[in-house]
Design a protein around this ligand. Structure first.
Ligand code: SAM
Length: 217
């Protein structure tokens, strides 16, 4: 339950310097929605040392685990200053966390394991939430989705395809743009992704670019 959650009134009301003491006045540009135990965050942090990365996670203990993991890593290496986690329900008030067009990457890795039994409104990818994701993403920014649930893959693909501000982008095209390390992390860095591998499950990747609306003259 998220009844005890307190939401920021705006992105400026978040004390980002407590999350990233080494980066004054910088805001996150990668956000991992439902980051779980933080495998993606920890993998991306040293690959993008100048990019601030934030995980959003709804479970208290899991968030604490990720926080402790980052604290321990910061103590042993001069790295991981650029990664942090916030306990939040990402389905509520996302624009209170991130300014318009402030993100360049949004990750949904193995979300919604109980997808089938959930009502449409309760799903992490829905028409309403897509409007919020489009709002916080900068034009050119990428939404990365991956799942081992085929029905969910189809659902996410269909809804993102139908949205006027998102355009499907082939994995190969992203690799040619230099985003291979991100894609490799999306496939294999998270605890859930590793579990799927152990169980020899299939993974469906789908990425979308936040496009700019064309002006009609
Ligand atoms: N992305 C991670 C991975 O690949 O290992 C975790 C996947 S796990 C199946 C889904 C995660 O999303 C869980 O940790 C869950 O607590 C979190 N979650 C579910 N709904 C959420 C919400 N509305 N806001 C934030 N986190 C959420």
């Amino acid at each position: 339950s998220d009844h005890s959650l307190v939401y920021p009134s705006s992105p400026d009301s978040i004390d980002w310097s407590s999350h990233y003491p080494a980066f004054a006045n910088q805001r996150p540009s990668f956000a991992d929605i439902g980051c779980g135990f933080g495998g993606l965050l920890i993998t991306l942090a040293p690959l993008f040392p100048d990019t601030l990365i934030i995980g959003l996670e709804i479970r208290v203990q899991v968030t604490q685990y990720v926080q402790d993991r980052i604290t321990a890593l910061r103590a042993t290496a001069d790295q991981y200053q650029n990664v942090s986690v916030i306990r939040a329900n990402a389905m509520k008030f996302l624009p209170n966390f991130f300014h318009k067009a402030s993100l360049t990457a949004l990750f949904f890795l193995f979300p919604d394991p109980h997808f089938k039994t959930r009502k449409h409104k309760a799903r992490i990818i829905s028409p309403t939430l897509l409007a919020e994701y489009a709002y916080v993403l900068a034009p050119g920014g990428i939404v990365y989705t991956i799942t081992d649930v085929e029905d969910l893959a189809q659902w996410m693909r269909a809804h993102l395809d139908a949205h006027p501000l998102f355009q499907f982008v082939e994995e190969q095209e992203l690799r040619e743009e230099g985003k291979g390390p991100i894609l490799d992390a999306v496939y294999g860095s998270t605890e859930e992704g590793k579990k799927v591998e152990r169980n020899a499950g299939q993974k469906w990747l789908a990425c979308f670019r936040r496009i700019e609306v064309k002006r009609v003259n």
